[in-house]
Design a protein around this ligand. Structure first.
Ligand code: NAD
Ligand code: TYD
Length: 355
């Protein structure tokens, strides 16, 4: 059998495919537009693997998506493809609307047309799994309970508003056409192959180059961090055992202020990559700087993942210390990967964003 993954050259999608093919013989069709965030080097370990078949395609290109879906007849489509960086959505929101809303609408249409054409067992087993974010629920005060699946949608950035729209479309395709959908809303991920514009890889990369670690505002914003492989195992659980039409929140039960996160990161860097020689600083902590806050910066995200734990028997394996250690070790041993993604375009973004 076959599954079709969109956005499989990005951070979570590539980890998902690597993990999938190390546990299964089932073929993976990977369609990805290869934006700045998509990188085939993430899948370099699968170069000789005939079970991974890649196509450079936009999910909004209905003609090609339909052809590929009809040709490979997947038993499931897992949609990771998205514009995913909040700061870029503040800078230029239009691409977010194009991919995260119009693209998802067209992909749903292609999937629905295919699903309607199936019969018997194939129709029964088909699933469309949409990977979404906890950011659709908005921001919490310090004393509010964590997000459950029934929280109201209150997105605050163009990114989260576009993801919220896509979640609604996914739900509507189930309610209106019967398409067997599943939706997951996950907290902040970290781990190997994350593009170094997000907090953790940006800070590892900057620290190793002895550059400033730029904290937005007071650094007391709270995020719930989940190691990427734990997110992948949750998606697998939802795909295999989730109830059609249901939403599952996924989180690490690991709320940290950004300052706490950076403190752990700096301690691990001091241990794993001690500063020596000509460098004037004694700890990576000395690189911390405070800069202007992000507009509309969400104060706190927290996920209540009781439902997926109870109903699907899912648990994360890593705690923050073990996950961060693996992540830092990966970035230290993969400097070539980092050099290749931090090209001219990337440098322009960093110069503009942190000017
Ligand atoms: P990413 O930006 O690293 O990867 C996105 C991938 O999608 C890239 O490979 C890109 O080339 C591809 N893509 C973009 N537009 C496309 C289009 N129109 N057609 C086909 N491919 C396209 O993002 P990520 O961090 O891997 O996130 C994957 C998914 O998980 C997203 O839907 C995101 O909203 C969701 N999510 C991410 C996090 C997180 O912390 N990173 C947390 C929760 C949910
Ligand atoms: P980010 O990784 O962009 O994820 P998200 O905005 O989706 O949660 O940011 C995580 C947190 O880190 C968020 O509160 C913003 C903050 N942040 C900084 O303080 N400095 C930075 O340079 C970046 C990229 C993020």
């Amino acid at each position: 059998m076959t599954i079709l993954v969109t956005g499989g050259a990005g951070f979570i999608g590539s980890n998902f495919i690597i993990d999938w093919l190390s546990n299964s013989d089932e073929e993976v069709i990977n369609i990805d537009k290869l934006t700045y965030a998509g990188n085939l080097n993430n899948l370099a370990t699968l170069r000789e693997n005939k079970k991974h078949i890649f196509f450079r395609v936009d999910i909004g290109d209905s003609k090609v998506c339909r052809e590929l879906i009809n040709k490979y007849k997947p038993r499931a489509i897992i949609n990771f493809a998205a514009e995913s960086h909040v700061d870029r959505s503040i800078d230029s929101p239009e691409e977010f609307i194009q991919t995260n809303i119009i693209g998802v609408l067209r992909l749903l249409d292609s999937a629905n047309e295919y699903w309607q054409s199936l019969d018997g067992k194939q129709k029964k087993i088909f699933r469309f799994l949409h990977v979404s974010t906890d950011e659709v629920y908005g921001s919490l005060n310090a004393d509010e309970p964590a997000f459950t699946e029934t929280n109201r949608y209150k997105p605050n950035s163009p990114y989260s508003a576009s993801k919220a729209s896509s979640d609604h479309l996914v739900r509507a395709y189930n309610q209106t056409y019967g398409l067997p959908v599943l939706t997951t809303n996950c907290s902040n991920n970290y781990g190997p192959y994350q593009f170094p514009e997000k907090l953790i890889p940006l800070f590892i990369n900057n620290a190793l180059a002895h550059k400033a670690l730029p904290i937005y505002g007071d650094g007391l914003q709270v995020r719930d961090w989940l190691y990427v492989n734990d997110h992948c195992s949750a998606i697998n659980a939802v795909l295999e055992r989730g109830q059609i039409g249901e939403v599952y929140n996924i989180g690490g039960m690991n709320e940290k202020t950004n300052l706490q996160t950076i403190d752990i990161l700096c301690s691990l860097l001091d241990e794993l990559c001690p500063l020596k020689g000509e460098v004037k600083i004694k700890s990576y902590r000395e690189l911390i700087t405070y800069i202007r806050d992000r507009p509309g910066h969400d104060r706190r995200y927290a996920i209540d993942c009781t439902k997926i734990k109870k109903e699907l028997n899912w648990e994360p394996i890593e705690n923050f210390e073990t996950g961060m250690r693996k992540t830092i070790e990966w970035y230290i041993s993969n400097t070539k990967w980092v050099e290749e993604v931090t090209n001219g375009q990337y440098r322009k973004w960093i110069e503009r964003q942190y000017a």
